[in-house]
Design a protein around this ligand. Sequence first.
Ligand SMILES: NC(=O)C1=CN([C@@H]2O[C@H](COP(=O)(O)OP(=O)(O)OC[C@H]3O[C@@H](n4cnc5c(N)ncnc54)[C@H](OP(=O)(O)O)[C@@H]3O)[C@@H](O)[C@H]2O)C=CC1
Ligand SMILES: CC(=O)N[C@@H](CCC(=O)OP(=O)(O)O)C(=O)O
Length: 335
Amino acid sequence: MVRVAIIGGTGYTALEVMRLLHRHPQAEVKVVSSRSESGPVSSVHTSLSGMFDFNMTNPSVTEIAELADVVFCCLPHKASMDAIPSLLSAGLKVVDLSADYRLSDPSVYEKWYGHVHTDPTRLGNTVYGLPELYRDRIKGQDLIANPGCYTSTSILALAPFVSGGLIEPSSIIIDAKSGVSGAGRAPKLGTLYAECNESFSAYGVGTHRHMPEIEQILSDVSSENVEVLFTPHLVPMDRGIFATIYATPKAELTEKQAIESLREFYSGNPFVRVVSHLPKTKDVAYTNYCDITARVVKGRLMILAVLDNMIKGAAGVAVQNFNLMCDFDETTALL
Ligand SMILES: NC(=O)C1=CN([C@@H]2O[C@H](COP(=O)(O)OP(=O)(O)OC[C@H]3O[C@@H](n4cnc5c(N)ncnc54)[C@H](OP(=O)(O)O)[C@@H]3O)[C@@H](O)[C@H]2O)C=CC1
Ligand SMILES: CC(=O)N[C@@H](CCC(=O)OP(=O)(O)O)C(=O)O
C-alpha cells in the first residue's frame, strides 16, 4: 500500500484527488494538510462524508515524511515551489498540480508569472506529466509537473498534427472555454455568482500563462517551433473545458485523414477517445477522458476537444501519473 499526503486540502483539486484515491486499491490517504482548517475532511468537503472523516492537520515536512510516501501538492503556483524542495529532500515523491515546474526556462517562467522562480535548477529537469506524450519518462520519477487543464486539452488535440508535420506550425488558433471551477475554490470577484452567471467572457487575451506552456510542449513533440494564439473564456458552468482549434494544413487534408491521424496517434491510450461526433463537455464530466474530433472546413483543419478540468485536467491525470510513478496499472481508480 502506498501512503499518500494531500497538501492544500480544502481546494477543489484536493477534493477530486481524494474522491479518486478512495477507490484506489493500492493507495491510502494518510494526511490531508490544510493551513486554514483543522476539522474533519468531510466537514469541509461534505460529499466525502463517510469516506474521509479524519481531521485535516498542518504537519511539518518531517511529520509528512513519517506518514506518507507520495504527496499530491494541490497548492497555487508560487506556494507550490516554496513547499516542494523540502518535500523532495525529505525523500517524498511529489505530483505537483500547480504550474511551478512545467516550463523549462526560468526566464520564461518569470516573464509569464511575474516573479522569480526560487527553485530554477529543477526547471528543464522535471518531467511534464502528460502520459499520452511522456509515459516512459514519467515512470519512476520523484517529481512530476502535472499539466494545466487548458493546456492538456489543447496539446492532446494538436500533438498528432504537429508531430506528424501536417499543419503550419504558426497558423494555430486555440479558442478555449472553461467552467468556473477552473479558477479554484478561493473566492475571487470574477467567479462570484452574480458576476459570471448568465455571462460569457474572454480573459487573458494575448497574455495567458498557458500560451508558453502549450508552445513549449508542442515544439518539443514537433521538429519545428510551434506558435499559437490562445484565448481562454469563462463559461457559466461548473466544470469542463471545450477547445475549438483552427490550423492550416501544409498539404491537402481530408476529414477522414485527420480523424485517422488522431486515431493512429492515440491507439493504446485508454483516456483519449477519438470520436466522429462533435463532443460535449457533459460527455466527459467527472471522467478522466479527453474526447477529440476533427473537421476540415474550406481547406482549414478544425479540431474540437473536451475534458473535465478537474479530472483529466488536474486530479485524474495526477492519479494517472501517480500510477505510472508507482508502477501500478495506469488506469487504476480511473475507469
Ligand atoms: N481547478 C482546476 O480546474 C485546476 C487547477 N489546477 C491547479 O491546481 C492547483 C490547485 O488548484 P485548486 O484546487 O483549484 O485551487 P483552490 O484555490 O481550490 O485550492 C488551493 C488550496 O491551496 C491552499 N492555499 C491557497 N493559497 C495558499 C498559499 N498562499 N500558501 C499555501 N497554501 C495555499 C488552500 O488550502 P488550505 O487553506 O486548506 O491550506 C487552498 O484551498 C493550482 O495550482 C491550480 O492552478 C490545475 C488544473 C486545473
Ligand atoms: C477558469 C480559470 O480561471 N482557469 C485558470 C486555469 C486553471 C489551470 O489549469 O491552471 P494552472 O494549473 O496552470 O494554474 C486560469 O485561467 O488561470
